[in-house]
Design a protein around this ligand. Structure first.
Ligand code: CA
Ligand code: CA
Length: 442
């Protein structure tokens, strides 16, 4: 089992979680929101729901849950308005307005948190960030579609209007779960930007889809990194960021990290990025089409698949310092459309360890063992719609793929693969349970 280093802050974090848990037990309540309610009430029942999500957020206290019926919700008339992510408050979307239990919600009931406040269907005039949180702990956003944020602020000193079109987090810990985060843009951190602060913070993404997000800023001025998720800081300790069972497709960055940019000070040994059981298809950047991680922080990529990502320079799949376990990097594109090893995985050989990966054109460049160079036999990468870069892209592999039973069980994070099958399954009855390379277990 893959285990992380023991952080000096683990004890403090556990204590904080305990306090949050006690607070939740004492005063947890549900606040109901339904934009179509006939007569808005005090949010105490579906029949008396608030019509405006902002009204629910305004009265929410730590431990509360906000349940939001399907429909479109906008933060407010000003581009500076946002839905506040509050301390120990969970926002759940995906309801029809009849449910009595939180698990009855379903993402197919689209609770859309939209930045298109002028309703013209274009990014122009939209909210800088749809959601934002500062100095908070224990927050959750679940089962929402988050779209249309456009952090294109012109004042260089006002970072919060230039980062994180969908979500801007500063010195905060939050869990983002089962959300569809699409068509957001920013100068950096197109969908999500995580600004570290003086506290130890942790941000997790679980079963989220990132599609069509863009970091468009000018790299000359330190912008343009992280089309999907951007984390960048030289002043404070980098946060702990985990990404599990997520799908990144058609996210683009003018600088590093089409899907994810994780970049701090080289002296920062506390920050950590763990990416597991995730799919990266058709993302692009100047460098690191899938992931760019340029600091010496703890960076681990496990059980994930990278296909058709591209970089104008190097590392069409990933460009990083870190550790790669049980992944597939296939047909990613580098400089001038090349598909050599550097187009799949690039980074400083002295700081990159690769163990049991399938890497196209692998040349033994990195420390490690068990790596192969064999067509993974994806079943249908562009998916049923025939277009690469859409949400039905699939990097499932055929049973006769060389990636089957070819991983290393010493490096497994999480118990389920990308679609939800148990990790470390035998490929047939009676076979030993060995993890398959990539995001899909046979
Ligand atoms: Ca607009
Ligand atoms: Ca597709």
């Amino acid at each position: 089992m893959f285990r992380g280093k023991h952080s000096r802050s683990a004890g403090r974090r556990a204590a904080a979680l305990l306090v949050v848990g006690l607070a939740a037990a004492c005063q947890a309540r549900v606040i109901y929101v339904d934009q179509s309610v006939a007569l808005p009430g005090d949010g105490s029942t579906w029949a008396a729901a608030f019509a405006d999500l902002q009204d629910a957020i305004a009265v929410a206290a730590p431990g509360d849950e906000i349940w939001v019926v399907q429909g479109v919700y906008t933060p407010g008339p000003s581009r500076r308005d946002f839905f506040a992510i509050k301390e120990s408050v969970a926002i759940y979307g995906g309801f029809l307005g009849t449910e009595t239990r939180v698990w009855e919600r379903d993402i197919v009931n689209r609770t859309i948190l939209s930045g298109d406040i002028d309703g013209d269907g274009t990014p122009a005039g939209n909210s800088y960030s749809v959601l934002a949180g500062k100095n908070i702990r224990g927050a959750k956003v679940s089962s929402c579609w988050i779209e249309g944020g456009n952090a294109d602020g012109s004042d260089p000193a006002a970072l919060e209007y230039r980062r994180g079109g969908a979500i801007f987090l500063e010195n905060s810990s939050a869990a983002i779960e089962q959300c569809r985060i699409r068509n957001n843009m920013a100068l950096a951190g197109g969908a999500v930007f995580i600004e570290p602060g003086p506290d130890d913070t942790e941000v997790s993404f679980w079963r989220c889809f990132f599609n069509g997000n863009l970091a468009f800023g000018d790299p000359m001025f330190g912008d343009g990194a992280g089309g999907g998720i951007g984390v960048e800081n030289l002043q404070y300790t980098m946060p702990q960021v985990t990404v599990d069972r997520c799908h990144f497709t058609s996210n683009d960055a003018a600088a590093g990290g089409g899907a994810i940019n994780f970049n701090g000070d080289d002296a920062d040994l506390e920050g950590r990025l763990v990416v597991s059981n995730s799919v990266f298809s058709t993302n692009s950047a100047a460098s690191g089409g899938g992931i760019y991680a340029g600091c010496c922080c703890d960076v681990h990529v496990l059980g994930s698949s990278f296909w058709n990502n591209s970089a104008a320079g190097s590392g069409g799949g990933v460009m990083l310092k870190g550790r790669l376990y049980n992944n597939i990097f296939w047909r990613n594109l580098g400089f001038a459309g090349s598909m050599d090893r550097a187009a799949q995985v690039d980074g400083d050989p002295l700081s990159l360890v690769a163990i049991h990966n399938d890497i196209m054109a692998y040349d033994g460049a990195f420390d490690g063992y068990g790596n192969i160079d064999a067509d993974p036999l994806f079943t249908n990468p562009p998916g049923h719609d025939g277009f690469a870069g859409t949400l039905d892209d699939s990097l499932a592999i055929l049973p006769r793929s060389a990636c089957v039973q070819a991983g290393d069980n010493a490096f497994v994070f999480g118990t389920l693969d990308f679609p939800g099958k148990r990790r470390v399954s035998p490929n047939r009855r009676g076979a030993p349970a060995i993890i398959d390379m990539g995001a899909y277990e046979i």
